[in-house]
Design a protein around this ligand. Structure first.
Ligand SMILES: [Zn+2]
Length: 436
């Protein structure tokens, strides 16, 4: 697993690493990370060395909509994939629980060798897709450690969404279209495929029934140094996110806006229309969160986010608002975007951040559910007025513990009180390197 917070390359460190080649830098990064984990009270000299963490390339998924004329072909191919999947499920279950003889846990390789020559029984898919399905099945089964995974169903209300995986070599570019299994597929925005090289990918269907070509491609990233130093982000319901500098990501009412229309469509039995509306809400939400996270990552070098969980709150009367806010999605976007841009990213505990005064550190703010209504409050001990969300953002920022000397624009003030810093270092927690 990769570290969440890959420290950015400082200009100095980058110049130093230019002398060495990439592999050397990588090994040094590995060794220093290990050393930091094992030595609890390592001196700051070793901590500065982990800054050489070049992220030269990352994987992004190109998602291109397939034109409608190919849907029929893809639907049939998806059924064939389901057949292969269910065959794999059956065979591997039988091997794991045999009537007699020793048990065997079949790997993807075993399944592939058992299914050799099966492609002649299928009209659409080829051997490479069969092998990918087998390997995917075996891998997923090992991950969840279950004897059998759920069947893939091709028909009925609980139909599995179509999925056709393939290997890199089986998808070829042909002019503005792509060729797969002897058929030409036209896609929208085909110019995005220019210069892209993919390893493997899949055709995937969404709930509405549209097909998408998904290709993981590696893109090179230029690490930059952000103009501003650090930010803490408080996730909430009034506004989806509020930064410690007072920027707000307004609460989206993506679902609420079209709730009525969805209800009407469902009443009239227009299932497809309802699904389409759901997809529109999801797309609008995603778009807003993408824009906000991009803005944050472009502006700040270190980003701390609260760990508020939607799991508990969805059981309350706030469920719709919680689900509409997309906290988890925003965190994911911030995380991968910071990784790509070489920023430091941390998720910190939100506990009491709303009540603690960011000025004098006393827990004096409004408490409880009724306290949530209070948007501005005055700290009694020090007399400073706080905006609830901005104060929480500041507290989140203070709780984040950054590895020493992360980036080009160093902080002059030590944000963590020294006593707490040494304690967390002894426990071996809190440093960005050790977080998964
Ligand atoms: Zn105070």
């Amino acid at each position: 697993m990769r570290n969440v917070a890959l420290p950015a390359v400082s200009r100095r460190a980058a110049m130093r690493s230019c002398a060495h080649d990439e592999s050397e830098a990588m090994t040094r990064r590995d060794t220093t990370t290990v050393r930091e984990d094992s030595e609890s009270d390592a001196p700051s000299a070793s901590a500065t060395r982990i800054n050489i963490a070049p992220v030269k390339a990352c994987t992004q998924t190109l998602r291109l909509k397939v034109k409608r004329e190919s849907y029929a072909w893809l639907n049939v191919a998806a059924m064939e994939v389901n057949t292969v999947w269910n065959w794999g499920a059956q065979v591997s279950e039988k091997a794991a629980r045999p009537c007699a003889g020793p048990r065997k846990w079949l790997t993807g390789f075993d399944l592939c060798s058992h299914s050799a020559g099966a492609s002649e029984y299928f009209q659409k898919i080829g051997a490479d897709t069969i092998q990918r399905v087998n390997c995917e099945y075996a891998q997923k089964r090992s991950t969840v450690k279950r004897v059998r995974l759920r069947w893939r169903t091709s028909r009925g209300a609980r139909r599995s969404l179509g999925w056709i995986p393939f290997k890199a070599a089986s998808l070829k570019r042909q002019g503005r279209a792509v060729r797969f299994c002897g058929k030409t597929f036209r896609v929208f925005e085909s110019e995005r495929l220019d210069g892209a090289s993919w390893k493997q990918g899949c055709f995937a269907q969404d709930a509405v029934g549209d097909w998408w070509l998904c290709l993981p491609v590696s893109v090179s990233i230029g690490e930059t140094v952000a103009p501003q130093e650090e930010v803490g982000i408080d996730l909430g319901l009034k506004d989806t996110a509020v930064t410690s500098d007072g920027d707000r990501c307004e609460r989206g009412t993506f679902y609420r806006d079209i709730e009525q229309k969805i209800a009407q469509a469902q009443c009239r039995g227009h299932k497809r229309q309802a699904k389409r509306l759901h997809r529109r809400a999801a797309n609008r939400r995603k778009d807003a969160l993408h824009k906000f996270s991009r803005q944050i990552v472009d502006r700040y070098q270190r980003i701390a986010v609260g760990d508020v969980s939607s799991l508990k709150l969805v059981k309350t009367h706030m469920a719709k608002s919680v689900l509409d806010s997309g906290w988890g999605m925003l965190r994911t976007f911030l995380q991968y975007k910071s990784q790509q841009a070489g920023r430091s990213f941390q998720i910190v505990s939100e506990r009491n951040t709303g009540r603690t005064c960011s000025n004098c550190n006393s827990v004096s703010g409004p408490q409880g559910v009724n306290g949530l209504r209070v948007r501005r409050w005055m700290c009694a001990p020090c007399g400073v007025w706080h905006d609830r969300d901005i104060n929480a953002g500041k507290n989140i920022l203070r709780r984040a513990e950054w590895p020493a000397s992360v980036c080009g624009n160093e902080s002059s003030i030590l944000r963590i009180p020294p006593r707490r810093a040494s304690r967390s270092r002894k426990a071996g927690i809190g440093t960005a390197g050790s977080r998964a």
